[in-house]
Write a protein that binds this ligand. Structure first.
Ligand code: ADP
Ligand code: MG
Length: 365
């Protein structure tokens, strides 16, 4: 049984994709857990995930399946992580924050607004003898530097590890928030700081990872004890191959460095899913800032959900296939890192390839 929930989400065709006559939809849904994917060579692949969200799916459905159990657990003192993965333009930020963090109608609210609403709702209905505090931090990883989005002068936040609290971002601003409106205002200020920093550094948000951290602390006054749950929401940089972005020279080198942290994430997932039985093996969390921050999320001390965002268009099928294979592989992470690879081959069955984790590893690493 995997300790990570993996879902796929297909956004609607964009107007550009719709007006391009060569483009069509490359997925054929079977049910809400599986679909057939046709690549650009007209080959069919069958994929299965914990849940598949097709173009008509609502933001509320995505939140309820993917994040709600994790948010409720964080409220009860456990750690949780929700990650959006996929190429630029696939719908990661839309899933995370909707079209806008503040000016957004109820239906379009993303994972962030719904998380905030749920946390304050839980607080409202909880035992009056428990004193809750919710703290918020926001950081961005760009070119292997962790930047505080609540204080741009803190542009090199260090990652530390504590035996009790796990991975910590030393010196990152923590804002106490007392209601949904305050929390959303703080998130909006972090998001706007992201844009300011970007212009200063001449970069685009698709090239950085953004991490939202909610810490829910409860003082159990009767038991005289404090417990805290940490909830990470992670909007990853675009997963497209650096060479395919058309970038050259310095920009290409930069894109490659950024992609390295996503390959490091792939390597950690690989190490967590492929171990020789009975042998201790190294999990390369320290190979990037991203994997170091996600160490608790991937290593078993956290409930984790991954949303693989894809375009439904044939013109993006190569990148979508790579995203779906990444998700397939992540599904094989076990709570115990001593899981091993299956010998399952990539047999072509009735014209349909079953996407196995072995196959996805080939492509990602
Ligand atoms: P990413 O963050 O992965 O680069 P975005 O979330 O910014 O991509 O999405 C790209 C565009 O597609 C945006 O204009 C966004 O509003 C739109 N979009 C993405 N997902 C959906 C969806 N599920 N429904 C409607 N529009 C979407
Ligand atoms: Mg984005």
């Amino acid at each position: 049984m995997s300790n990570i929930t993996v879902c796929a989400r297909f956004r609607p065709l964009s107007s550009k994709e719709r007006s391009n006559h060569g483009d069509s939809v490359c997925i054929h849904g079977i049910d809400n857990e599986s679909f057939i994917f046709k690549d650009d060579k007209e080959e069919n692949f069958k994929f299965g995930f914990d849940r598949v969200f097709y173009e008509k799916s609502e933001q509320a459905e995505v939140f309820e399946f993917l994040a709600l159990p994790i948010v409720r657990d964080a409220f009860n003192g456990m750690n949780g992580t929700v990650i959006t993965y996929g190429q630029t333009g696939a719908g990661k930020t839309f899933s995370m924050e909707g079209p806008s963090i503040l000016a957004c109608d109820e239906q379009k609210k993303g994972l962030l607004q719904r998380t905030v609403d749920e946390l304050f709702d839980c607080m409202k209905y909880s035992d009056a003898s428990v004193k809750f505090t919710i703290k918020l931090s926001m950081v961005e990883i760009y070119m292997e530097k962790v930047r505080d989005l609540f204080d741009l002068s803190r542009d090199n936040i260090q990652i530390k590890e504590s035996r009790v609290q796990g991975i910590l971002l030393s010196g990152a601003t923590e804002i106490y928030v007392f209601n949904s409106a305050e929390a959303l205002q703080s998130l909006a200020s972090g998001i706007s700081n992201r844009a300011v920093g970007e212009t200063q550094m001449n970069m685009a948000s698709s090239r950085s990872h953004c991490i939202y951290i909610f810490t829910v602390q409860q003082e159990l006054t009767k038991e005289k004890r404090v417990k805290a749950g940490k909830l990470l929401l992670v909007d990853l940089a675009g997963s497209e191959k650096a060479e395919k972005t058309g970038a050259e020279g310095k920009v290409l080198e930069e894109a490659k460095t950024i992609n390295k942290s996503l390959s490091a994430l792939g390597n950690v997932i690989n190490a967590l899913t492929c171990g020789s039985p009975g042998k201790a093996f190294h999990i390369p969390y320290r190979d990037s800032k991203l994997t170091r921050i996600l160490q608790d999320a991937l290593g078993g001390n956290s409930k984790t959900a991954l949303l693989c965002c894809c375009s439904p268009s044939t013109s993006n099928s190569a990148e979508s296939l790579s995203t779906l294979r990444f998700g397939t592989r992540a599904k094989h992470i076990n709570a115990s890192p001593h899981a091993h690879c299956s010998e399952e081959s990539n047999a072509k069955k009735h014209g349909v390839y079953e996407a196995t984790k072995d196959e996805s590893m080939e492509r990602i690493l």
